[in-house]
Design a protein around this ligand. Structure first.
Ligand SMILES: [Zn+2]
Length: 147
């Protein structure tokens, strides 16, 4: 089950879930509620929308500190992981996320293409919790560096 309700789907092609103001068409992630965050708009109605599954790395970092929600530190055995801020292909908004298992900052480059995946986050007695992560597309780092 998702570690945070309503932020992403867990189907075969997982996607982040945002919403769109029906008045000004602005897309929000996390979802806007009650009122539109566009200061020039007084919209109060939103429709759920799936965001782009792909984007390009805008910035990235090696997370040596406590990760932001919904990510959690895994205790003493916790190994550093990479966080990437990714500019979504269609919406051009930047979404922060952990980088997929098995990838570190040495595997990343600004401009590299990534795709959204869902991986295990942690388990308790009742459930396995999953979260969205950014997975680098094969060959996209070389392409990003050489361009
Ligand atoms: Zn609006």
């Amino acid at each position: 089950m998702p570690a945070i309700e309503g932020w992403f789907t867990i189907d075969a092609e997982p996607a982040l879930l945002g919403n769109r103001c029906t008045t000004c068409r602005t897309v929000f992630f996390p979802k806007a509620s009650f009122f539109c965050r566009n200061p020039a708009c007084s919209g109060e109605q939103f429709e759920e929308t799936r965001l782009s599954r792909r984007g390009r790395i805008w910035s990235y970092t090696d997370a040596q500190y406590q990760p932001p929600p919904p990510y959690i530190a895994r205790g003493p055995e916790h190994t550093p992981f990479a966080l990437a801020a990714v500019e979504l292909a269609d919406e051009q908004m930047v979404v922060l996320g952990q980088v997929a298992e098995g990838y570190g900052v040495d595997d990343l480059a600004v401009g590299q293409q990534v795709e959204l995946v869902v991986e295990d986050l942690y388990s308790d007695d009742d459930h396995d919790y999953v979260v969205y992560k950014w997975k680098p597309l094969t060959g996209s780092r070389e392409e990003a560096i050489s361009s």
